[in-house]
Design a binder for this molecule. Structure first.
Ligand SMILES: Cc1ncc(COP(=O)(O)O)c(C=O)c1O
Length: 431
């Protein structure tokens, strides 16, 4: 029966859209998903870092049901309570002066909005993005995305005046440096770009993921982000933090830039914002937002009343159940355990992360760090057979991402770590 459904699906949907598993889920609740034949899995993918407070959280379900009886759609014709209340709640948790919003439906749409805002507000054209970044699939967003050239194939010409700086990915430095001896050459490279490629007064924005997501779960050095903030301030360049994946508690704070103590001028938020309902936001200061003139941007579905009700319930649940604290505690524990495992299994070339955003890079040999995708596949298959869903990232698809919901308990994390370690040990024994 599931096979039959999968075959039917394959006839109906474009092969361009790739699914990570062939599981057909009948019921999803909290950390767990259950198939029609009764098998249960721990979902450590969180529906691509989205079900941050678990699948079908009761508070969200209740709020959505109530909203359905009131108003489902407005299309910017009339105002409604859930949107205004949600914006007020969001304002309480967004850092610093990021207190004005534009609501849309997806991460890519928020990125589109952010770059339009930056260009409009500065009247400059240039945008600097990072090699390895993922910002989405729409034409503007994919012009900024270089997590793999596959996402850009056959779509050229893309948006013009996009420039690319190397992401501070110390384990695999783009400039071949060693983090122990380098003096942030990647930042020096960015400064050279501003002399050789585009004048700083022509750059509208620099967009960065505070922790690289799809590109490899890479945590940049804190001083890189601080220097970047200073550089943007010096030249009047707007700093856009793409917090689509890192936001809504994923790293143990509401937003990852708080972990680094930096304040962006514009922030993009999506994924965990409404527990799976389509909603995203561009957040910025009143001063910058006020430069975006009426009609310069718009939406039909953005800020949908039902999604906003889900967003309110999501924020309230995170606060009520102290889920940021839980994400830090359980995430720190997992990171320590994984670093311990790394000592036993050299195939775990690098382990890094913040909160519940942890990446483990599998390599063939330690000194030359050749990515080991085949090993990763074996590990993920074994985990999957033992009831744990994990997914990969990185251009070589050799990095496992641990991104369970923020509700994951210590016991559940320990269980997942045991399944993972067993899978690594068995795969390493067969090497
Ligand atoms: C950092 C980042 N930006 C943007 C996006 C695009 O989001 P969406 O798939 O909702 O368009 C993603 C999705 O993974 C992301 O991780």
């Amino acid at each position: 029966m599931p096979d039959n459904l999968i075959n039917r699906a394959k006839k109906l949907f474009t092969p361009a859209l790739v699914f990570h598993t062939d599981i057909i889920v009948k019921k999803a609740q909290g950390l767990y998903v259950e198939t029609s034949d009764g098998k249960q899995y721990m979902d450590f993918s969180s529906g691509l870092a989205t079900t941050n407070i678990g699948h079908c959280p009761p508070e969200v379900v209740k709020a959505v049901k109530k909203q359905l009886d009131e108003i489902i759609h407005s299309g910017c014709i009339f105002r409604y309570h859930s949107e205004i209340l949600f914006a007020e709640k969001l304002k309480e948790i967004t850092p610093g002066k990021l207190d004005m919003f534009f609501f849309s439906n997806s991460g890519a749409e928020a990125v589109e909005g952010a770059i339009k805002l930056a260009r409009f507000a500065t009247k400059r054209q240039g945008i600097i993005a990072y090699t390895g970044a993922f910002h989405g699939r729409t034409m503007g967003a994919v012009s900024l995305t270089t997590s793999t050239a596959k996402y850009r194939r056959n779509y050229h010409p893309l948006l013009p005046s996009i420039f690319r700086a190397p992401y501070p990915y110390c384990y695999r430095c783009f400039l071949g440096q060693n983090p122990d001896t380098c003096s942030m050459d990647c930042f020096g490279y960015l400064k050279k770009m501003l002399r050789h490629e585009i004048n700083p007064d022509e750059v509208a924005a620099i967009i960065i993921e505070p922790v690289l997501g799809e590109g490899g779960y890479v945590v940049p050095p804190i001083h890189y982000l601080k220097e970047l903030r200073n550089l943007c301030t010096e030249y009047g360049i707007l700093l856009i933090a793409d917090e689509v994946q890192t936001g809504f508690g994923r790293t143990g704070k509401w937003f990852a830039c708080e972990r680094f103590g930096i304040m962006p001028d514009i922030m993009t938020i999506a994924k965990g914002i409404a527990s799976g309902f389509p909603l995203s936001a561009v957040a910025s200061t009143k001063e910058i937002m006020s430069r975006w003139l009426p009609g310069a941007h718009g939406t039909t579905f953005g800020g949908n009343p039902v999604s906003c009700a889900a967003g309110i319930a999501t924020i309230e649940a995170i606060l009520k159940h102290r889920l940021l604290e839980n994400a830090s505690r359980v995430g720190d524990y997992a990171l320590k355990r994984l670093i311990g495992m790394q000592k036993k299994y050299p195939v775990m070339g690098d382990v890094r992360g913040l909160g519940l955003m942890i990446g483990i890079e599998f390599v063939k040999h330690v000194p030359d760090k050749n990515p080991d995708r085949e090993f990763l596949k074996k590990v993920l298959n074994k985990c999957y057979k033992n009831g744990l869903i994990l997914i990969e990232c990185g251009i070589d698809k050799n990095i496992v991402r641990f991104m369970p919901p923020l509700i994951t308990t210590m016991e559940e994390m320990e269980k997942a770590l045991e399944i993972f370690e067993k899978a690594v040990a068995e795969s390493a024994a067969r090497k």
